[in-house]
Design a protein around this ligand. Sequence first.
Ligand code: ATP
Length: 251
Amino acid sequence: MSEAEIPDDHPRHDSLVTRHRIEDGVDDGITSRQGLIAQGRGEAFDYLLGERTLPSADAAARAAAAHLLLAEHPVVSVNGNAAALVPSELAVLADTVGADLEVNLFNRTEERVTAIANHLREHGATEVKGLRADARIPNLDHKRGRVDADGIADADVVLVPLEDGDRASALAALGKVEIVIDLNPLSRSAQVADVPVVDNILRAVPAITAHAREIADADHETLRRIVEAFDPENAIADAERAVRSGDLESD
Ligand code: ATP
């Protein structure tokens, strides 16, 4: 079955779409083979969540939108899985909140950075950073810590979907506001985030954009209140409870 043939009401719709896109990502040199493993992990958690967005994840998406709108310099970090799964959605989000898109890879090769940047441009991104990689995140080895000086290194708010725990911790240690999208509420990335969005990236990115559009004209005070009302520990605990209870019907 190709992606276009998967019916919208198929009970495993998101899972099947995700598999197709990741497979294509690997074939096109965008996603690493490690990305297949990360996908399998994510899929298991999505299954346990009932492939739906918890109200606590939606509140996190709203807080994420408020942070991105309040930021001086927001940056959306893009890895091989994110680029394969939601390239146009990431371009739309960056445009909506005025963020930079920066390719940032765990297993960096110049070929893959270029392939991802081209893929994002083909899906509507105007400017893509991450090609220069002329700055470093402290406390990470040389290859893993490379970022753009005028991108992630300079950002005050970063959105890092599907990030590895070491890098998420190193970014948090720099004092940046960190928004993480990760289906595993127990992953270190989710645990160190100021805003953990425990949801499938397929649902989370459009949700953040929708919230950003809704609150785009809100004043500074209103946005600050949304940010302050959000409690990351509660959001993680709620997602963990949903995963452990295995009750696919309740919220
Ligand atoms: P940590 O170091 O934080 O424990 P990890 O080393 O387990 O993370 P990876 O194996 O690289 O990290 O996995 C990436 C993470 O991305 C996993 O926690 C997985 O649940 C999550 N993930 C995978 N696919 C998706 C998706 N489609 N949407 C959201 N999260 C996803």
